[in-house]
Ligand binder design. Structure first.
Ligand code: DGL
Length: 250
């Protein structure tokens, strides 16, 4: 199966950071983006509710006859993905496994120091660490950096507020990691400020890049030489979603 018509699901607008890579690849004919903007954020909710909302997203996508669904949200990838995969009539791919494969491809040293950033829920799931540990990377540290989400939603991508928030969180991990997993849709927008905190340019793992690497490895993709048709859909105002898309997709 060559995926041409795909869905992208996120708890809100953050998944646009992943959508950007999918659009730029020109490997898809049509993308339907659905953000559960009425109920975002998921990252501070319980695993039961996250799982329930994740399954409800499949109801939204049911009429579209998708070839494939990408879960851009790390929090859903941590708690809802297995349940979605068990019932969806098409493949459902989360961002955690691709992120880990991207890290493995980039860093072979099993002693590498890996800092995992995410929402409270993603970090509490411990899934990134568990999967990395299973592959022999034992030097992992999960850090919930929840305030990064509203900061990005405020359109703040650099400056004093961000720098002091980064300093507040990163004092828990003072020495430079070899890699930082940006385990949340919003964090790639803060990549420069996050990387600048540490002196030696740690490798940053970005879900959008990781998912494209994963799709190129495991699927046959068609080259369309043109950007896909995109439909934005939301459980609350789609205008807000489109406004963010206009800002982030430049
Ligand atoms: N999309 C979420 C994630 O990647 C961040 C926003 C939220 O908490 O819902 O984990």
């Amino acid at each position: 199966m060559i995926p041409k018509k795909i869905g992208v699901f996120d708890s809100g607008a953050g998944g646009i950071s992943v959508l950007k890579n999918l659009i730029e690849s020109k490997n898809f004919e049509e993308i339907i983006y659905y953000g559960d903007t009425a109920r975002v954020p998921y990252g501070i909710k319980s695993k039961e509710i996250i799982k329930q909302y994740s399954l409800e997203a499949l109801d939204f996508f049911a009429p579209f006859n998708l070839d494939l669904l990408i879960v851009a949200c790390n929090t859903v990838s941590a708690y809802g993905l297995n349940a979605m995969q068990a019932v969806a009539p098409y493949p459902v791919i989360g961002v955690i496994e691709p992120g880990i494969l991207a890290l493995q491809n980039a860093i072979q040293d099993k002693n590498a120091r890996i800092l995992i950033l995410g929402t409270k829920a993603t970090i509490c799931s411990n899934l990134y660490s568990k999967l990395l540990n299973a592959k022999g990377y034992l030097n992992t540290f999960g850090l919930a950096t929840s305030l990064f989400v509203p900061i990005v939603e405020e359109g703040i991508f650099s400056g004093a507020i961000l720098d002091s928030t980064i300093a507040h969180y990163f004092k828990q991990y003072p020495s430079t990691p070899d890699a930082i997993i940006l385990g949340c849709t919003h964090f790639p927008l803060l990549a420069d400020s996050i990387a600048n905190f540490y002196p030696n340019n740690p490798l940053l793992i970005h879900s959008g890049e990781a998912i494209m690497e994963y799709l190129r490895n495991f699927y046959t993709l068609q080259n369309f030489n043109t950007k896909p048709k995109i439909s934005f859909c939301a459980s609350d105002s789609v205008e807000n979603l489109e406004k963010i898309a206009n800002l982030w997709l430049i």
